[in-house]
Design a protein around this ligand. Structure first.
Ligand code: ASP
Length: 463
């Protein structure tokens, strides 16, 4: 039966079987040293049989005997450096062509498009597979943490109706109802609020969100993953504390080399952040050269509205001055509600942004649960009656007993990028879309057939 490289150490003298890829080949006359790589690491094989013909990255299965290395040949850099495998039989299962780039470097020096085209090879690189493993440990930890605190993980639809969160939607044509479209969710915002009306009280979902925005280093094009959470009967304080507790534990359990430099996490009013740091996501690390320092902070007391501009085309009729700073479901600060009439730009929102080393890694708010206030916000944003109609389900749901509620949604990609000090979110994603919007390996977007278009009742215009 096949065992892993890291399971050989206590099997000295025994015959074992290994499978994996040929990572290195060194020939010393009649003796060949081969490094075999499997998911657990690397192990050295020694073959004296001249007929062994293998190439780098070939997939092999090996029968061999575990031997202790003489003291002077121990390799302290290798997990299995105290032993080696004397090859009895080696079978090549598949042969590998020369790889288009090296995989034993950290890979930053290689052109991103080529890395993306051959992502399945790029992931063989130790740094990449390590990042993906850590990411999996983080999401598993979070799932267990929240489940233990009585949260329920609930999936919400991906084929849905547009949720304006400040970005352009991806739309999907409907075949059954020609001429109509679904939108991929920018976030499950409305569904999670509806789940609060449903009495779930504590919801989370590790969920893909879709936004058709120009890519940046801290945002991949098209899609990203967030930890979406919503809670009923909570204050903003409860949400901040829970998030702080969860991420503090994530860091201490999964990234023991990292440390959080300021505890409790500083809470900075938006106005002060702007005045003191010139940004609402300040990098408050004490020593920016230190790769292990993590400086979390909260930005609070955002203004509820910003000045509406051209880019806010999806809100309202275009005649209003006000666009939501966060989104249209964020509650105004209770002390400021009268200002909604007198001076809306002065109203503070119960929004909280989570900042880590200068990146916004999450945002959330206490939500409006009073239909009248919600309608007032729609009005200030300048919603047309038709746009209001699109949110009728929220207002209707709120007439059947809605609990006060609020939530947050930390971005998993961005969190991983910031913690690991990676230069781009693409370094913590398996198959990220390139900066030009091309998907990894499969090269979408691609053309579809005339038949597919006809079924959807679509005719392509001029590009
Ligand atoms: N839906 C928000 C977002 O994706 C997060 C939230 O308000 O909970 O940014």
């Amino acid at each position: 039966m096949r065992i892993l490289a890291n399971q050989t150490l206590d099997k000295i003298g025994q015959e074992i079987e290994l499978c994996g890829w040929i990572d290195k080949i060194r020939s010393h006359g009649k003796i060949i040293f081969l490094d075999l790589r499997d998911r657990s690491g690397i192990i050295q094989l020694v073959a004296t049989n001249e007929r062994i013909r293998v190439g780098l990255e070939d997939v092999v299965t090996v029968k061999g005997r575990v031997k202790k290395r003489p003291e002077n040949l121990i390799n302290p850099k290798l997990m299995t450096g105290t032993i080696e495998i004397e090859v009895i039989k080696l079978i090549t299962l598949t042969i590998a062509k020369d790889l288009p780039f090296p995989i034993n470097t950290d890979g930053y020096e290689i052109n991103e498009e080529i890395r993306s085209k051959y992502r399945y090879l790029d992931i063989r690189r130790p740094r990449m597979i390590k990042n993906l493993r850590l990411r999996s440990q983080v999401t598993t930890f979070i799932r267990n943490f929240l489940t233990a605190q009585d949260f329920v993980e609930i999936e919400t639809p991906l084929l849905t109706k547009t949720t304006p969160e400040g970005a352009r939607d991806f739309i999907v044509p409907s075949r059954l109802q020609r001429g109509k479209f679904y939108a991929l969710p920018q976030s499950p915002q409305q569904y999670k609020q509806l789940l609060m009306v449903a009495g779930v009280e504590r919801y989370f979902q590790i969920v893909r969100c879709f936004r058709d925005e120009d890519p940046r280093a801290d945002r991949a094009y098209g899609e990203f993953t967030q930890l979406d959470m919503e809670l009923s009967f909570v204050s903003q304080e409860d949400i901040l504390r829970l998030t702080e507790d969860m991420f503090t534990q994530v860091i201490s359990k999964i990234f023991p080399d990292k440390y959080i430099s300021q505890v409790p996490w500083p809470r900075i009013p938006h106005k002060i952040a702007k005045e003191k740091y010139g940004t609402d996501k300040p990098d408050i690390r004490k020593n920016k050269q230190d790769p292990n320092e993590l400086a979390f902070s909260w930005t609070l007391d955002f203004p509820l509205f910003t000045q509406q501009s051209q880019k806010d085309y999806y809100y309202g009729s275009g005649n209003s001055k006000f666009a939501p700073s966060h989104h249209m479901f964020t509650a105004p600060h209770p002390d400021d509600v009268p200002l909604l009439e007198e001076n809306p730009m002065k109203v503070r929102g119960l929004q909280h942004d989570l900042v880590l080393n200068g990146y916004e890694v999450g945002g959330g708010s206490i939500r409006i649960h009073d239909s009248k206030v919600q309608e007032k916000i729609f009005e200030l944003i300048g919603f047309t009656p038709r746009q209001k109609q699109q949110f009728e389900h929220m207002l209707t749901a709120f007439t059947y007993g809605v609990p006060p509620h609020g939530g947050i949604a930390p971005g998993i990609d961005r969190f991983m990028m910031a913690v690991l000090g990676e230069p781009s979110v693409r370094e913590v994603m398996a198959f990220p879309t390139s900066a030009s919007g091309q998907t990894s390996v499969m090269d979408a977007p691609s053309q579809v057939t005339e038949k597919q278009l006809a079924e959807l009742g679509l005719i392509l215009g001029i590009n």
